[in-house]
Design a protein around this ligand. Structure first.
Ligand code: ASP
Length: 160
């Protein structure tokens, strides 16, 4: 699956990586956002790191991870930068809407800045699985307080 992992050392060194197997039933040759630097991952040693999971086409169009890092460079917090970038992705994604004209996809950003401030942010608060069970979108953090799962900030509540 697709996993993004970012880290900041005590000295302020920053690294990031995004793995992927792409999307289910993708057309042969499809290139997702994960291997595209600036889309599924962007790391700037002076600012921070951002990576993503979710609908890759929309993220490539907005150079999402790069956009998040650039907004942090201009002073936004990780959460503000991620939510603003998600708004841009949604605004441009006119072709990927459900019957109610709401986004028919989720995109999640995982963000950390040089100070170690972090955020996870998603288009929706969660997803309903095929059995109808709701699962809240979350992200994992490990710092001096230990490792834990946190819920993402989000743009919209998912309706059934
Ligand atoms: N972002 C990946 C892609 O579009 C999919 C995923 O997150 O699982 O290829």
């Amino acid at each position: 699956g697709t996993i993004n992992c970012n880290a900041v050392t005590a000295k302020g060194e920053i690294v990031g990586a995004t793995s992927t197997c792409g999307l289910f039933f993708k057309v042969p040759g499809r290139l997702g956002d994960s291997p595209v630097i600036g889309a599924g991952l962007y790391v700037d040693g002076e600012v921070g790191a951002c990576g993503s999971t979710g609908w890759g086409e929309g993220n490539i169009r907005s150079a999402g991870s790069h956009t998040v890092v650039e907004m942090m460079r201009q002073g936004k917090s990780p959460e503000e930068a991620a939510l603003k970038t998600l708004e841009r992705i949604v605004a441009l994604a006119k072709e990927n809407r459900d019957a109610r004209r709401k986004p028919a996809f989720n995109t999640v950003f995982y963000v950390v800045n040089k100070k170690g401030e972090y955020a996870g942010a998603s288009v929706y608060d969660g997803i309903y699985g095929s059995t109808g069970k709701f699962s809240r979108t979350s992200f994992a953090i490990a710092d001096a307080s230990g490792a834990r799962l946190l819920e993402t900030a989000y743009l919209y509540k998912k309706e059934r």
